[in-house]
Design a protein around this ligand. Structure first.
Ligand SMILES: *Cc1c(COP(=O)(O)O)cnc(C)c1O
Length: 366
């Protein structure tokens, strides 16, 4: 038997069909979990081994497990989409697998192969495919959100990379991330906090980055905003991204710009896909530094016609205004966000199999 196959320990009493259907009718986001999870263990001596799919449930961790003290943890976010013929697909998983390895290297965790990363998604879906919701129509953006993650599980309070690591995938049925659909959102520009600094972990998808963003997120909520935008830590001038989404700016003349990648920006798969799709739409993509002054001036003089955020969970969401303690930046040339809507529709049509996959971005899971 090849070593990369996943053994199955089936759930003794999986969720009843009627209960699952109730959940799938109104899943929200990240609230319900499927019956199983995938697991692979790593030890310094034996490498990756023990691939299996087992019943979903609490983990047993020693209180001295390294992850609980030093946050040696990384994760991914990727979705499974049900197509009209019932087949189940995922979007560019090799990009997530590659990013997971980049994150692993930065957090001194072991690297997981494409075979194990994609294999774990397939193995989990082979059991839990009934949990992938069926879209009722083209506006119904339901999916199964997959959350691969890796934790340092060795019980040892000395500070060094863990010699024992566990990788899991859990899955949660999801409706649209923002309840308002494609209604523009208000974004808070924090002046007190930074998400990432040069040489730090900003480019890695690690829990620590999110922990560091929560105080700013609280500030945003207190000011009526759902998300936070961060400026760079060195000059306090360059736009980086939101807590969990990348940003794009659309210009009157057909340019579409996003901050160029540095080690303080998370390289979104959606970001990369938008850059490709934009070119196909006759737009001119640009990756370059964008300052807060450019946002302010471009919004005022009508050069910038749309701003949007993008990520796997929320797809593409127009930004209505940027709010800070000093100011509110709204677009003078607000035009109803036609480009964001067009790119969003293109992306969703590909993901749900309604458009031909000319880029080879889809991988069949079931
Ligand atoms: C996950 C994430 C994104 C979006 O990445 P996608 O691959 O498009 O989902 C953007 N920024 C941060 C900080 C993230 O963690």
């Amino acid at each position: 038997m090849p070593t990369d196959t996943f053994d199955l320990l089936p759930h003794a009493s999986p969720t009843a069909d009627a209960i699952r259907e109730d959940i799938l009718a109104n899943p929200g986001f990240g609230q319900y979990f499927t019956d199983h999870m995938a697991h692979v263990r790593w030890t310094l001596n034996d490498g990756w081994h023990g691939r299996r799919v087992l019943p979903y449930g609490p983990l047993t961790l020693d209180p001295a497990a390294a992850v609980l003290h030093y946050a040696q943890e990384i994760f991914e976010g990727i979705k499974a989409y049900r197509h009209a013929d019932g087949s189940i697909w995922t979007f560019r998983p090799e990009k997530n697998a590659e990013r997971f390895r980049r994150s692993a290297r930065r957090l001194a965790l072991p690297e997981l192969s494409d075979e194990d990363f994609i294999g774990s998604l397939k193995a989990l879906l082979a059991q839990d495919h009934p949990w992938v919701p069926t879209p009722k129509n083209e506006a119904d953006e339901c999916s199964l959100y997959l959350r691969p993650f890796m934790i340092a599980s060795e019980s040892f309070l000395g500070v060094r990379p863990s010699h024992e690591v566990d990788y899991y995938v859990i899955a949660s049925p999801a409706a649209a991330y923002f309840k308002g659909g494609i209604e523009p959102v208000s974004i808070w520009l924090t002046e007190h906090y930074k998400r990432a600094a040069p040489g730090g972990t900003g480019f890695a998808k690690c829990g620590g980055n999110y922990a560091a963003s929560l105080a700013a997120q609280k500030e945003a909520s207190a000011n009526g905003c759902g998300q936070v935008a961060f400026l760079d830590a060195v000059e306090n001038k360059w736009i980086e991204e939101l807590g969990g989404m990348n940003l794009f700016f659309v210009y009157k003349d057909g340019r579409i710009a996003t901050p160029r990648l540095t080690d303080t920006i998370l390289e979104g798969v959606t970001r990369d896909s938008v850059l490709t799709l934009a070119r196909g739409e006759g737009l001119t993509p640009e990756e370059r530094p964008i300052s807060i002054d450019e946002w302010r001036e471009g919004a005022a003089n009508g050069e910038i016609t749309e701003v949007f955020a993008c990520g796997t969970a929320a797809v593409i969401t127009p930004v209505g205004e940027l709010v800070s303690e000093q100011e509110r930046i709204r677009l003078a040339g607000d035009n109803g966000n036609p480009i964001a809507k067009r790119l969003r529709a293109k992306l969703l049509d590909l993901q749900y199999g309604r458009a031909e996959d000319t880029h080879g971005w889809l991988t069949r899971l079931v």
